[in-house]
Design a protein around this ligand. Structure first.
Ligand code: NAD
Length: 361
């Protein structure tokens, strides 16, 4: 029997419901595949502030570092003010440089298109999401304004808040090499680099240039590039043009939510955050506070994140069996949540049970 210890961070809002469902499903499929998983439950986010006075307690971080693999629920990050994103912290502190977000049509799920099968690969540590931001009228933002005006000879409105967009050679090469190797391994045909290098000539310009350099070492994979605004328009009219999308952090976050909308919504979209030694799997969706505790949201995104986790562990048979069970329940449409069947919605727990019943081996 193969044994694993995995960190589970249930998260805020609907996190405990959907991650709870995913754990039940993974346990069920593990039992049938001679796998034993011990879940080390740790906290982060709102709950952790009360208990540890920190959104990301060292105990949680250490557990993930030790186990190398985690299943994580969404964490609420207050809008505008309050604490900074736990996700940004986690990705930076654990070196989770690649974010993989697949979007593929699922039989039985109504969507505007029937030919979507793409994967967004997003650089996860830099760009405007690097967390380097200065409040308006702070000493730091005033100093930065002075410095930037002096260097650029362009006036900046006094009292502006400032965020820095940083794109490095090293991080771009790392994500591009990851994306092209991933494409090769998954027998994908094309990578489209998404950017805004017509305006952001140095930052996005560097991202395109370094990625295209890496592309030259992978001659079996086509490589093109597209400006992000054009990509948005093409994605909602001709999504079949895309195979793998490679992009900096911010565009990747936005485009992957857009892509999940192409195939039936956030309730179905899983993701993986991959580093050199540590990986965290989580649904793309957030904590949806209005639905918290209502037992009504779709657990599929969290369960399919569990499928990605099992594949990552090399437990491909168990992963396939769990994925088939989720797809089968979605196809039957007899026991699915409100986002899939608004007229006759099932609860999160009933849909979870229906999936568990479908697990063959
Ligand atoms: P959200 O993804 O939480 O919810 C947006 C809407 O999508 C919901 O109102 C709901 O209608 C739908 N939805 C989401 N998940 C669903 C599911 N499983 N089944 C069915 N419908 C689902 O986005 P938001 O409201 O913008 O964000 C809420 C909070 O989550 C914010 O604090 C945000 O910062 C945080 N967030 C966290 C993560 C993360 O931890 N990875 C990701 C995104 C947002």
């Amino acid at each position: 029997m193969k044994k694993y210890t995995i960190t589970a961070v249930l998260g805020d809002g609907i996190g405990p419901e959907v991650i709870g469902s995913a754990i039940e499903c993974i346990n069920a499929v593990s039992k049938k595949n001679n796998i034993s998983i011990t879940w080390e439950k740790k906290i982060a986010g709102e709950e952790a502030i009360t208990e540890y006075n920190s959104v990301l307690p060292i105990e949680t971080l250490n557990s993930i570092k030790k186990n190398k693999v985690a299943l994580k629920g969404p964490i609420t990050t207050p809008l505008g003010n309050g604490f900074r994103s736990v996700n940004v912290e986690l990705r930076k502190k654990l070196g989770l440089f690649a974010n993989i977000r697949p979007a593929k049509n699922i039989q039985g799920v109504q969507s505007k298109f029937s030919n979507v099968d793409l994967i967004v690969i997003r650089e996860n540590t830099e760009d405007l999401y690097g967390g380097i931001e200065f409040r308006e009228n702070s000493i730091s933002s005033r100093r930065l304004i002075q410095f930037a005006e002096h260097e650029s000879k362009i006036n900046i409105q006094r009292g502006s808040a400032i965020a820095l967009k940083t794109i490095s050679n090293t991080a771009t090469k790392r994500i591009a090499e990851f994306a092209f190797s991933y494409a090769q391994k998954k027998q994908r045909k094309k990578i489209t680099i998404i950017h805004k290098s017509n305006i952001l000539k140095y930052t996005d310009g560097l991202f395109v240039r370094e990625s295209e350099k890496v592309a030259k070492n992978f001659t079996s994979i086509l490589c093109d590039n597209m400006v992000v605004d054009n990509a948005c328009s093409k994605l909602v009219t001709k999504p079949e043009l895309f195979d793998i999308i490679l992009c900096p952090n911010l565009y990747g976050d936005i485009l992957s939510d857009l892509c999940s909308g192409l195939v039936g919504g956030l309730g179905l979209s899983p993701s993986a955050n991959i580093g050199n030694t540590i990986s965290i799997f989580e649904p793309v969706h957030g904590s949806a506070p209005k639905h918290a505790g209502m037992n009504d949201v779709n657990p599929s995104a969290a369960i399919l994140s569990g499928v990605m986790l099992l594949n990552h562990l090399g437990e491909n048979a168990a992963a396939k069996s769990l994925e088939d069970a989720v797809f089968s329940v979605l196809k039957d449409k007899k026991c699915v949540t409100y986002d899939i069947d608004p007229k006759n919605p099932a609860s999160t727990s009933d849909m979870t049970m229906a999936i568990i019943k479908k697990i063959k081996k």
